[in-house]
Design a binder for this molecule. Structure first.
Ligand SMILES: [Mg+2]
Length: 256
């Protein structure tokens, strides 16, 4: 197996430190390539095996951190190990030591304030349905007409949030055929920080490829960890980078 130079550099650095390692992986674009059909982005079994082997080691902990909901993340990874933590919905849900819990404790009055109106705005723009989640709601667009409905709904909801003076409290996330409204302080970074507080004295390494990973990059950096970016175009630059999920797979293999 030929390792890329970047993978070698990262491995060298991590091994040199001889510290206890806590590895965090984003899912899409990091452990699996971005696919046309995200519903079938299954974790390759050899990668699953590699992650499990790492997680059984005394000095290594493993977590997956995704924007997908926990149910889907479990389905795609087929990971149900007490040793691997799964974080779903950008940090809202967690599968930790074999139990599922919600890790966000907050009152939801701001969200309630805009929900009815935001839903109406969305429905006026494109047909679709609302999915209620514990701490957010998602509008799924099911409109056959061709238009950039995601952007339109996002702008409309953003204006509403601004008008209500809630710009600092609520945010809108765009996805494929969906728009999600959630509290601002829900992000991967806060979820990672929670796990760090449960497992102090590790060297934290976070692999990510998207804007939603930047908060997590900043968190591991704050705890003297190593952010690893797989996306050159991100506004946040990291010292260590990898190009493809394959490099991440090689990293996992060679750490084993
Ligand atoms: Mg990603």
């Amino acid at each position: 197996m030929k390792l890329s130079k970047k993978t070698k550099n990262l491995l060298k650095f991590v091994k040199l430190k001889k510290e206890r390692l806590f590895l965090f992986f984003d899912y899409d674009g990091v452990l699996v390539s971005l696919q046309n059909n995200p519903a079938t982005a299954y974790l390759p079994s050899k990668v699953k095996k590699g992650l499990l082997e790492l997680s059984f080691k005394k000095n290594i902990k493993v977590a997956l951190v995704s924007g997908r909901n926990l149910h889907l993340l479990k389905k795609l990874t087929k990971l149900r190990s007490k040793n691997i933590t799964l974080i779903g919905s950008h940090g809202l849900e967690m599968y930790y030591k074999g139990t599922t819990k919600h890790i966000f404790d907050k009152n939801l009055k701001d969200l309630k304030k805009v929900k009815k109106e935001a839903t109406k705005l969305a429905k006026d723009i494109a047909s679709g349905f609302v999915e209620n989640k514990p701490y957010s709601f998602t509008y799924h667009i099911r409109d056959k007409r061709k238009n950039d409905f995601v952007q339109k709904i996002c702008s409309a909801v953003n204006s509403l949030i601004k008008k209500r003076g809630l710009s600092k409290k609520l945010k809108v996330l765009k996805g494929k055929k969906m728009v999600e409204i959630l509290p601002c302080d829900v992000n991967k970074g806060s979820a990672v920080e929670k796990l760090i507080s449960l497992s102090p004295k590790y060297k934290y390494v976070y692999f990510g490829d998207d804007v939603t990973d930047i908060s997590a990059f900043k968190t591991v950096k704050k705890y003297k960890g190593i952010p690893v970016s797989l996306n050159k175009k991100l506004p946040y630059k990291t010292r260590y980078t990898l190009d493809l999920p394959k490099d991440v797979w090689d990293f996992i293999d060679n750490l084993n």
